[in-house]
Write a protein that binds this ligand. Structure first.
Ligand SMILES: [Zn+2]
Length: 610
């Protein structure tokens, strides 16, 4: 070897030898995934009209914007609701590979629609007023048939890794906990944090202590003013009303008069009212019971979770050794406030400003426990949101609600006429319609023919853009998968593909192909700005393939992540393979099946080749 060559060789070798420890040091000790439930892409980023910029200056989001912000992150799948979104975020697959196409589905054996995290073999550990008949969530067993989560992959690779999932309800905390992690959530009947005997035999002692020393009452007493007349705690505006962008349209939420209350047995007994201020009563034990529930429709639920997260990081020693730990937390106030008052309300704007403060507190607590260089923080969302139809109509936009009951009735009337059989449609879990397969089989009728007849009825309904049978999607599976691959590989632009084919391809991603009974026989796409109406508490709803519902926030912060804004269109399912690559572990099966790809820019910061 020539001298100059040798010099070059040793220089390269030295670079490699010395570069390796730098890479190892860059590996985060703690990964925190924050999911803003209903984090539409334009919520935190100031819009041209100034919305999204808190009057008092941004706090948490301002810090996160010192990292890398993806401006164009969108879900590929069609059904943009909570469980499919969260499962995509933690498995790296789409619903067709992770197996969670809806929030719930029809159990063909019992003929009843099921809560997708209910499992009668498990029960809540901790203080709860819920009874088994209430069918609360207890285990991720139904959800994790097809795949594990990124937390499961981490524990498989490093047995001592700690993986936690926390939120203010059992849903979506339980599936995020995965097969091997731990899930802890707020129980609205007791106001305490609980888990399930799937995860724990008994609550960790620090959770028991937290429940004893941090019950809700003192938290609210410390953080909320009291109404001088009634003594109720008050959710008032954080800033002066005239500084709110939504102040001039603050009556938008009152256009739809039914929600803003929590119906109990069809009576609107638990009400937060339509306009500020909102009151949380506390004079009697019955009042406190209401307040524990109503809290979830206020920004203070996120604030409680922030305190719990800080305690968990401290008590469990997350990020304190060389094995990377994972904490996933879902902040749901935005979703519940958005559903009840709509995303154009003062309530929603105030909630967002308060979320900004919560994020600042959370980042402070995390960086106190783990230095920023050892942290990787990913903020994302499970879906976006549509405005309330009455508000859109007041702006001259065609919008409306598709009442699921009306769809079922129309289909049943039409099928009765065609086949002489009543109630062939059993119900909907939007956008799926479930048919009575047993009855159709007994009558020796072809399911696909009956489903096609239902499609013809549905297609003519106002507010419906498309409807297909599930069989139709499977018949064109190859062609539709080709469309998805062309879009993902950048070979075709969205606008070059016929809309119905494009929407059909996205719906195919929202149909579970292993447990097809979860997806129903008929699939419907609503017109833009229309939504499927199921619950009286919801003034507004998400769930469609349109941008306002599928395009969401995505930000990376911590470690070597630099400040950047990236406008390339990226998929949310690409987060998991990115984290897997950084941690040098295998991505979950669903991510592999969906061929999800790591985000190049993030890997570059860590000096990792894709
Ligand atoms: Zn929602």
């Amino acid at each position: 070897m020539q001298r100059s060559m040798r010099k070059w060789f040793f220089a390269v070798l030295a670079t490699w030898v010395f570069a390796t420890p730098t890479l190892a040091a860059n590996k985060p000790k703690l990964v925190v995934m924050i999911v803003v439930d209903q984090g539409r892409h334009d919520y935190p980023l100031p819009r041209p009209d100034g919305y999204g910029k808190p009057p008092g200056g941004s706090k948490g989001y301002q810090i996160l914007k010192q990292g890398t912000v993806y401006l164009n992150a969108a879900y590929a799948h069609s059904v943009t609701v909570t469980e499919p979104g969260h499962m995509t975020l933690i498995t790296g697959g789409s619903p067709n590979t992770h197996g969670i196409p809806r929030n719930g589905w029809l159990n063909r054996n019992t003929g009843k629609f099921v809560n997708d995290i209910y499992d009668p073999d498990y029960w809540i550990v901790g203080n709860t007023g819920l009874k088994r008949d209430d069918k609360p969530g207890t285990a991720p067993t139904a959800l994790l048939v097809n795949t594990g989560t990124i937390g499961d992959s981490l524990i498989e690779a490093h047995g001592e890794a700690k993986v936690f999932s926390i939120a203010m309800g059992d849903w979506p905390t339980i599936p995020i906990g995965g097969k091997k992690g731990k899930a802890l959530w707020y129980d609205y009947t007791s106001g305490e944090f609980v888990s399930s005997d799937y995860f724990y035999k008994e609550l960790p002692s620090w959770v028991q202590d937290w429940n004893k020393t941090h019950p809700l009452h003192p938290f609210l007493e410390k953080n909320l003013p009291r109404d001088p007349k009634t003594g109720s705690w008050v959710w008032e505006l954080l800033y002066n009303r005239e500084r709110y962008k939504n102040a001039p349209r603050s009556d938008a939420n009152a256009l739809y008069t039914r929600p803003a209350c929590f119906p109990s047995q069809n009576a609107c007994t638990y009400s937060l009212g339509h306009a500020f201020n909102h009151y949380l009563p506390n004079a009697t034990p019955e009042d406190m019971l209401k307040t524990r529930l109503l809290l979830l429709w206020t920004p203070f639920a996120d604030a409680v979770l922030r305190e719990f997260a800080a305690e968990l990081v401290q008590q469990e020693g997350l990020g304190q050794d060389e094995t990377t730990d994972l904490l996933v937390m879902s902040l749901a106030s935005t979703d519940l406030v958005g559903h009840m008052w709509g995303p154009d309300s003062l309530e929603h704007e105030d909630n967002f400003y308060r979320l900004d403060v919560v994020l600042e507190g959370l980042i402070n607590a995390l960086t106190t426990a783990v230095p920023k260089e050892d942290l990787l923080l990913v903020l994302s969302a499970d879906h976006g949101m549509n405005s309330i139809p009455e508000f859109l109509r007041s702006q001259g936009i065609s919008a409306g609600r598709l009442y699921t009951e009306e769809i079922v009735q129309a289909v049943n009337a039409s099928l009765l006429q065609s086949y002489g059989m009543s109630n062939l449609a059993l119900g909907m879990r939007p956008p799926s319609l479930f048919l009575d397969l047993k009855k159709i089989e007994r009558a020796q009728r072809d399911v696909n023919e009956v489903a096609q007849r239902a499609v013809e009825t549905i297609r003519h309904m106002t507010g419906v853009r498309y409807a297909w049978t599930k069989q139709d999607l499977f018949t064109h599976q190859q062609e539709l998968e080709g469309v998805i691959e062309d879009i993902d590989a950048g070979r075709k632009r969205l606008q070059d593909i016929e809309e119905e084919v494009r929407f059909k391809a996205r719906m195919l991603l929202s149909v579970d192909q292993n447990l097809t009974d979860r997806s129903g026989e008929v699939l419907i796409v609503q017109e833009k700005y229309w939504y499927f109406h199921e619950l009286e508490t919801d003034a507004a709803m998400h769930g469609s393939p349109y941008d306002y519902s599928s395009r969401v926030q995505l930000m990376f912060w911590g470690g070597p992540i630099k400040q950047a804004e990236i406008s390339d269109r990226v998929r949310l399912r690409d987060i998991v393979p990115t984290i897997a690559k950084i941690l040098d572990i295998d991505p979950p099966v669903a991510a592999q099946k969906s061929k999800s790809k790591p985000l190049r820019a993030i890997l570059d910061y860590y000096g990792i080749a894709p």
